[in-house]
Write a protein that binds this ligand. Structure first.
Ligand code: C2E
Ligand code: CA
Ligand code: CA
Ligand code: CA
Length: 274
C-alpha cells in the first residue's frame, strides 16, 4: 500500500509539473506575442433577425502561432492569472477602435463590441484607457460597447458600480455577457448602467422546444428597456422564435462564424453599401 501510495504521489507530481511547464511556456510565448504581431481580432456579425440588416459586430481575440490559432479559452485564463490581460486587453481596445473608425470612414457607422476581463475593470485607470483609445482613433463613444460577464458586473457592486457609471458617462455601451449563467441579483440589474443584455447560447440550444428561461430573460430585458442580443443562434427555428419574441439582435453560426477583418468587410460591409 505504501509503494502504491508513493507511486500515486509521483504520478501526480509529474502531472503537476507538466501542467506548470505548459503554463510557463504559454506565458512566455504570450509575453512575446504582441510584439511579434501574433494577435488578431476576428469579427462576428450581429443582425436584426427579421430584416437581416447588420446591427454591429463583436470583436473576438485570436492568437496566431506557428502551430495555428490558439482559442481564447486556452490562453485568456493564463493571461488573466499572470496579469498579461492588461496589455493584451489594451491592444484589443486600441485595435477594435482603430478598425471600427476605419470602417466608419469607408462604409458608415458600425457599432463594435469588445470583451473586457475582470482584471481590466479592477484597474482604476481603465476608463482613461477607453478615453484615450477613442480619442486616438476618432471613434465616437456610442459606437463602442463593452461586454462584461454577469459575475464581473455583480462583483463590481463592491465599488457601487462606480467604474461602470464612469464608463457609461463616457458614452460607451455596456453589455452583460452570458446572461443567466452567473449569479446575479435582480435588484442589482436595475442599478448597473446597462444598455444590452446578451442571452447565453446555452439557453438558445433548447429553443424552440423549451423556451421558459430564454423567454423570461427576453421579457425581463425588454421591460428594463435594454437591447437583447441572442447569442449562439444556429438554426432557422431559433431565429423564427426570436423574431416572434421581438428580439432585436441575433448573433451566431446561422449568420456567420467570427471572420478575419478583411473577410468580414467583404461579406458584410461592402455588400451593405451596394
Ligand atoms: P463570448 O464573449 O461569450 O463569445 C462568444 C463565443 O461563442 C465565441 O467563442 C464565438 O466564436 C462563439 N460562438 C459564436 N456564435 C456561436 C454559435 O452559433 N455556436 C457556437 N457553438 N459558438 C458560437 P470564442 O471566439 O472562442 O471566444 C470564447 C470566449 O473568449 C469569449 O466568449 C470571451 O469570453 C473570451 N474572449 C474572446 N475575445 C476576448 C478578448 O478580446 N478579451 C477577453 N477578455 N476575452 C475574450
Ligand atoms: Ca462576448
Ligand atoms: Ca457570450
Ligand atoms: Ca461565453
Amino acid at each position: 500500500a505504501k509503494a502504491a501510495g508513493t507511486g500515486c504521489w509521483r504520478m501526480f507530481s509529474a502531472e503537476m509539473s507538466e501542467q506548470a511547464m505548459s503554463r510557463l511556456r504559454t506565458e512566455a510565448r504570450l509575453r512575446a506575442a504582441e510584439l511579434r504581431g501574433e494577435f488578431e481580432l476576428f469579427y462576428q456579425p450581429k443582425m436584426d433577425p427579421r430584416s437581416l440588416l447588420l446591427r454591429g459586430a463583436e470583436a473576438l481575440l485570436r492568437w496566431k502561432t506557428d502551430e495555428g490559432y490558439v482559442a481564447p479559452g486556452d490562453f485568456i485564463p493564463v493571461a488573466e492569472e499572470t496579469g498579461l490581460i492588461g496589455p493584451i486587453g489594451d491592444w484589443v481596445l486600441g485595435e477594435a477602435c482603430r478598425q471600427a473608425a476605419a470602417w466608419r470612414r469607408q462604409h458608415g457607422d458600425l457599432p463594435v463590441a469588445i470583451n473586457v476581463s475582470p482584471r481590466q475593470l479592477a484597474d482604476a485607470d481603465f476608463p482613461n484607457r477607453v478615453r484615450v483609445a477613442l480619442a486616438k482613433s476618432g471613434l465616437p463613444a456610442h459606437l463602442l460597447t463593452l461586454e462584461i460577464t454577469e459575475t464581473v458586473a455583480m462583483t463590481a457592486a463592491t465599488g457601487d458600480f462606480a467604474m461602470l457609471r464612469v464608463l457609461r458617462d463616457i458614452g460607451v455601451g455596456m453589455a452583460i455577457d452570458d446572461f443567466g449563467t452567473g449569479y446575479s441579483s435582480l435588484s442589482h440589474l436595475r442599478r448597473i448602467p446597462l444598455t444590452v443584455l446578451k442571452i447565453d447560447r446555452g439557453f438558445m440550444q433548447t429553443v424552440p422546444h423549451d423556451v421558459a428561461i430564454p423567454a423570461t430573460i427576453l421579457e425581463l430585458g425588454q421591460r428594463l428597456g435594454l437591447e437583447i442580443v441572442a447569442e449562439g443562434v444556429e438554426t432557422e427555428p431559433q431565429r423564427d422564435w426570436l423574431c416572434d419574441m421581438g428580439c432585436q439582435t441575433i448573433q451566431g453560426f446561422l449568420i456567420s462564424r467570427p471572420l478575419p477583418a478583411a473577410e468580414f468587410e467583404d461579406r458584410f460591409l461592402v455588400e451593405r453599401a451596394r
